[in-house]
Design a protein around this ligand. Structure first.
Ligand code: ADP
Length: 161
């Protein structure tokens, strides 16, 4: 039984994340989507609970996917959830530089392997930060986030002042 942990901030979940989750769910027996947070330094726009709730709704149709929140080191989260490896998505060369360094550190610190999935051409331009920016300026999130979450995320992320 091969279990992988797909960690991220998911603030909010995007169609780019969903592409990686769906493909990982096909390639591995179990996928745990891990919302990583720092309890001492909350950051971003959505709360951890909102991120988890959105991910749970978006992945409800994927039987071998579950969503959980983790704080602390990634190597500890991998151990805590019994995962065999970490999955990450790669969009650009910029992603590669950062991701390679993280993968090597996680391997050195905890013997944790990282599996990379290349972003699909259809969603490699999507990032959670762009989605947040568009929503705060009252833009439409159609084609950027899971359809069932479009309206809710447009409201949650809209600038109120
Ligand atoms: P973002 O980089 O969008 O803020 P996260 O920090 O939550 O999102 O990223 C979690 C993981 O998802 C990372 O491995 C990141 O490279 C990957 N990822 C994010 N957006 C995409 C996308 N559009 N296509 C493929 N992978 C992505």
């Amino acid at each position: 039984m091969r279990t992988v942990l797909y960690p991220g901030s998911f603030d909010p979940v995007t169609l780019g994340h969903m592409d990686i989750i769906g493909r990982a769910a096909t390639a591995f027996d179990r996928v745990i989507v891990g919302v990583l947070y720092n309890p001492d330094k909350p950051s971003g726009m959505l709360t951890t609970a909102q991120r988890v709730e959105c991910l749970r709704e978006a992945t409800a149709g994927l039987e071998n996917v579950r969503v959980a929140a983790f704080s602390g080191l990634l190597v500890d989260a991998v151990r805590a959830c019994g995962a065999d490896a970490v999955v990450r998505g790669l969009r650009t060369e910029g992603d590669c530089d950062v991701e390679m360094q993280m993968a090597r550190l996680n391997r050195q610190m905890g013997g944790v392997e990282t599996v990379f999935l290349a972003a699909s051409p259809a969603c490699m331009h999507i990032s959670a930060s762009m989605v947040r920016q568009i929503a705060t300026m009252n833009g439409s999130l159609r084609g950027l986030v899971p359809p069932s979450l479009e309206a809710r995320l447009e409201t949650l992320l809209r600038r109120t002042k």
